[in-house]
Design a protein around this ligand. Structure first.
Ligand code: GTP
Ligand code: MG
Length: 585
């Protein structure tokens, strides 16, 4: 009798221990409830799994029945602080790209056994490296570029003796996220500047300014050659050169690749991933070695030319497309939890407003390249991105609660998902309030763009008329004319002042496809709220209700509301299919 009682007690203790420990997790066969769950999951046919993922929304009742799910089972959705990670995010920055300068030519003479004083054999300098650009999927922010300041390609190596040319400078590749718009602020092209100034001509002395040569009675020999262009044999004094043995400066040369450079001023809208890099600016040509200057009278020229200076372009980069889907919602609506439920993002979640202060972008993978893709898409898309945008508050369009900064990101998503909390009062009213802010912001932006367009005279491209040298400097900001003989302006310390670029014209927000994600559907008493929301959206679609943004031609083709319980990952499986459908609009 006693033994049976202690046995029963042991069994009860053991089962409690099992429940409280990790054992059922590690050994599902020990836990009857877990056993049935795991067995059902593992024997579910793959086709059914796929179907269930792609099914459209689960009904609210289904979500309710699932509210008994142990939310702590999904650690990813109820994370502890060590699980948080915040990726730095930048959506606009400036960058200077500099092609590689050319290497110098070489001054060298053949010297061998029995040939003590041979002919010139200096090689030419190598061409500088090129700067390429490529838009790639997988990058979501410009923060890495924003830190760089200047992106410089390698300089060509100098020429060497025995007619060995210098090797090419190293190319650099600028990888930007898909959806980046690149605009030129200013450009410094030393060769074009020289042509513009007419500094080079034919004949000796033409490589100094014409006005100087005309009124110079006793020309100083040392001023007739440009130090920045010529390289002299070591130990030779400029004085030892007479006008007779100094040739004209050769015409500046450009690399053949310049022909495939995009036209200046640069304006690139990289809205698609590029399968190969595109040339942004080509490296400068190297200098000429001394054999180039052999003439009938000068057999052993003791000079070579230096490499050309490279082009430098100051660019403004802006993300036109932040993500395919933007989660727009009031603070604490559950946007970050939804992002975690759909992706592997590790964004922070908290039961208070403004947990998220910068956009977090997550990626939903549709095709792991293992068998058939989960979803067939028109453009063979393998993934899409979702941006968790910080919460909007009332009067955000008046910049309340960091409003304008956050609304800026809404403008940069292709599809908008309005996230409303079913447990926080009227969901339809929440959608209207969110659209009011977004609509007001859109109106403000339109006015801003119109005002800018009226102020500046646009060219055919819709861009401000731009000439790289003179007009890139704002009126009244011209640098002081430099003293004669002074070194050219140091562009690193005193960069040219570019004209402020007009705001980027983005597609209107009200024309974007949108849908509503009703979260926290696991909580009691949210069913009625959801039904009201559905009724309201149906009214908007049928035209019985005014579009919440107030614009008559706003997008209202198919209004969908999806009830989800992000925290228990219920009802979210249908979202990728819906998003892919709207992205194809
Ligand atoms: N019951 C329930 N709670 C949820 C659900 N989704 C989110 N929550 C909780 O709601 C709170 C806020 O979630 P967040 O994801 O941080 O909300 P948010 O919209 O990102 O908030 P901000 O970043 O401040 O704008 C957290 O305590 C979540 O655990 C859900 O589906 N059901
Ligand atoms: Mg958040």
């Amino acid at each position: 009798m006693r033994t049976t009682g202690s046995n029963a007690m042991h069994t009860a203790l053991y089962s409690r221990l099992l429940q409280n420990s990790l054992a059922p997790f590690l050994y599902p066969c020990l836990d009857s409830a877990a056993t049935s769950r795991h067995v059902v999951q593992s024997f579910k046919p793959r086709r059914r799994q796929i179907l269930s993922r792609c099914q459209s929304t689960a009904a609210v009742q289904e979500v309710h029945s699932a509210s008994a799910v142990d939310v702590h089972q999904y650690d990813h959705l109820d994370p502890a602080p060590p699980d948080y990670s915040s990726a730095p995010f930048t959506d606009a920055c400036t960058l200077t790209v500099a092609a590689g300068a050319g290497g110098h030519g070489c001054i060298s003479f053949l010297k061998e056994k029995y040939i003590a004083d041979g002919p010139p054999n200096g090689g030419d300098g190598g061409t500088g490296g090129n700067v390429y650009i490529q838009a790639v999927r997988g990058e979501t922010s410009l923060h890495k570029i924003a830190r760089r300041g200047t992106l410089r390609a390698g300089r060509g190596k100098n020429g060497q003796g025995s007619l060995r040319g210098g090797s090419r400078g190293e190319d650099v590749l600028l990888s930007v996220p898909v959806g980046t718009v690149i605009r030129e602020v200013w450009r410094r092209d030393p060769l074009a500047e020289e042509f513009a100034e007419g500094r080079r001509g034919k004949g000796f002395g033409a490589d100094i300014r014409r006005d100087e040569s005309s009124d110079d009675d006793a020309p100083d020999q040392s001023r007739k050659w440009r130090r920045d262009k010529w390289l002299l044999y070591p130990g030779t004094l400029p004085k030892s050169f007479t006008s007779a043995d100094f040739p004209a400066l050769p015409r500046p040369r450009r690399s053949n690749l310049v022909a495939s450079e995009p036209e200046a001023p640069l304006r690139l809208d990289l809205s698609k991933p590029m399968d190969r890099p595109m040339l942004l600016t080509a490296g400068a040509m190297g200098g000429l070695g001394n054999p180039h200057f052999v003439t009938k009278s000068i057999h052993k020229p003791k000079y070579a030319t230096k490499g050309e200076d490279s082009t430098r372009i100051h660019l403004q980069l802006e993300l036109k497309l932040l993500a395919d889907v933007g989660l727009v919602g009031l603070p604490n609506a559950g946007k970050s939890t939804l992002l975690r439920a759909l992706t592997n993002s590790r964004t922070r979640i908290g039961d208070w407003a403004f947990t998220t202060l910068a956009p977090n972008v997550g990626t939903v993978i549709l095709d792991h390249n293992r068998g058939r893709p989960l979803l067939e898409t028109k453009d063979n898309r393998r993934s899409f991105t979702i941006a968790d945008i910080p919460g909007l508050v009332e009067d955000a369009h008046l910049d309340r609660g960091l409003g304008l900064g956050f609304l800026r990101h809404v403008e940069r998503a292709a599809v908008l998902a309005f996230v409303v909390d079913l447990n926080a009062g009227d969901a339809a009213a929440a959608v209207k309030a969110l659209w009011k802010e977004v609509g007001e912001y859109e109106r403000m932006r339109e006015e801003e763009v119109n005002a800018e367009t009226q102020r500046s005279k646009p060219d055919e491209d819709g861009m401000v008329a731009f000439a790289p040298y003179e007009s890139s400097i704002s009126p009244g900001m011209e640098p002081e004319p430099s003293e004669e003989g002074e070194e050219p302006a140091n562009y690193l310390l005193n960069p040219p002042v570019g004209r402020a670029l007009p705001p980027l014209a983005l597609p209107s927000i009200s024309s974007k496809p949108w849908f509503v994600v009703a979260t926290k559907a696991d909580l009691e008493g949210t069913q009625e709220n959801f039904k009201e929301l559905q009724k309201y959206l149906q009214g908007v679609q049928d035209g019985k209700e005014v579009h919440p943004c107030g614009k008559p031609n706003a997008w209202r083709r198919s209004m969908k509301a999806v009830p989800v319980s992000a925290i228990s990952k219920q009802g979210v499986d249908g979202l990728p299919a819906l998003v892919v459908e709207l992205l194809g609009e």
